[in-house]
Write a protein that binds this ligand. Structure first.
Ligand code: NAD
Length: 354
């Protein structure tokens, strides 16, 4: 496992996305989002995705240099169409609109339909929390991303359907960011790249048998992810389909969806300004009290206090900014192949290892 400085990885990704036809601002935005995912430890949604995004661009599935357009505008209720552009751009534009609408109305319900991959969904909750807002985000993937067997089944019907929530906290945003599947598909890719077994209870093979070998997931017929928490995760996933897919017009996961041939994310975001709900009570003080209360619980492992959502990401970020971002050999090879195919120079650290 080699380590690379965040700035060097960022520059490599900017070069790749520029070569893939993105304007400078878009290449910067996509690279920044992916490297941030590396920094906070969500490797499944990090630079590992860059070669795949470029392949989607080459196949016409993902369209560079698109911007969110307004499909429905009813004050605090807004639906944006992503035009199958990079989700990192569409998501940022949608969050800017969310902030603007919350400032005007106290809350906003923002739907995004037809966006490219929105990446690490917690990033959007963080953006709003940094603006002082509380938010929840439900995401589905219409068509292409059907991966998850509903509770009680052994065959794919649902997408990995992440849910994120964010709030300003006393020492930084409190951010929950979870897939409703027992594992994210990207984590199977990471395990496959590292040649590691998966923990049991996460994945079935194409015959519906529980497996730990990541390779078996990708055989023909392909396997299925299980929902987390049995019927609970499965039920939340169905509501991601309804809220992010059916309600926004982006559609629920279905093999016959008009977007079934490309990866499309749809997202429903509810954002609210806590100050606008104030009837004299202090939101920030109550969240600070909650934070202390949770952290003060007797630790299961002596010396390791419980963490709030978002804390582990902040810790990982500080460590990786200091020590560099770890990249496994398969990810390095994939980035090197993409760089060679697009005529982009590899940073020194990477060139030495391939
Ligand atoms: P995960 O299982 O790593 O859970 C992450 C969440 O749990 C974070 O909120 C984190 O702060 C919290 N957490 C982790 N360890 C903790 C601890 N010890 N104590 C307390 N809290 C802790 O995440 P995941 O479900 O594997 O999802 C990974 C990423 O994949 C997310 O960023 C998600 O948005 C992304 N994703 C995106 C899509 C898409 O379609 N765009 C689909 C699926 C997943």
């Amino acid at each position: 496992m080699m380590r690379i400085a965040a700035a060097a990885l960022h520059d490599l990704l900017v070069g790749l996305f520029r070569a893939g036809g993105s304007e400078a601002a878009e290449a910067e935005a996509v690279a920044a989002h992916l490297v941030e995912a590396n920094l906070v430890g969500h490797d499944s949604h990090s630079a590992i995705r860059a070669p795949k995004y470029l392949a989607w661009v080459a196949a016409g599935e993902l369209l560079p240099n698109r911007h969110a357009t307004i499909a429905i505008d009813a004050g605090p209720l807004l639906v944006l169409d992503g035009g199958f552009g990079y989700g990192q751009v569409i998501g940022a534009e949608a969050m800017a609109r969310a902030i603007e609408r919350v400032r005007a109305h106290g809350l906003a319900l923002i739907g995004i339909r037809n966006s490219g991959h929105l990446g690490r969904i917690g990033a959007w909750a963080e953006t709003l929390a940094e603006a002082g807002l509380v938010s929840v985000h439900f995401v589905n993937t219409s068509g292409y991303g059907i991966l998850v067997a509903p509770h009680g089944a052994t065959e794919r019907r649902l997408s990995a359907n992440p849910i994120a929530a964010g709030a300003p906290g006393p020492d930084g945003p409190i951010v929950l960011d979870i897939a409703t599947s027992a594992t994210a598909e990207g984590k199977i890719q990471v395990a496959r790249n590292k040649g590691e077994a998966l923990p049991p209870g996460l994945v079935l093979d194409g015959a519906g048998r529980p497996i730990t070998d990541p390779e078996a997931f990708y055989r023909d017929p392909p396997g299925a992810l299980l929902p987390f928490g049995g019927h609970r995760g499965s039920g939340l996933s169905v509501f991601c389909e309804i809220l992010a897919g059916s309600l926004t017009g982006g559609e629920s996961s279905h093999a016959a969806s008009p977007t079934a041939w490309r990866l499309v994310n749809n997202m429903l975001t509810l954002a609210v300004d806590p100050a606008r709900l104030g009837d004299g009570h202090a939101f920030a003080a109550d969240v600070a009290r909650l934070t202390d209360w949770v952290r003060s619980a007797r630790p299961a492992t002596p010396g390791q206090r419980p963490l709030l959502p978002g804390e582990i990401e902040r810790r990982t970020r500080a460590e990786r900014l200091r020590d560099g971002i770890p990249l496994d050999p398969a990810t390095v090879r994939q980035l090197a192949e993409a760089a060679a195919a697009h005529g982009v120079a590899l940073p020194g650290e990477l060139a030495e290892t391939v």
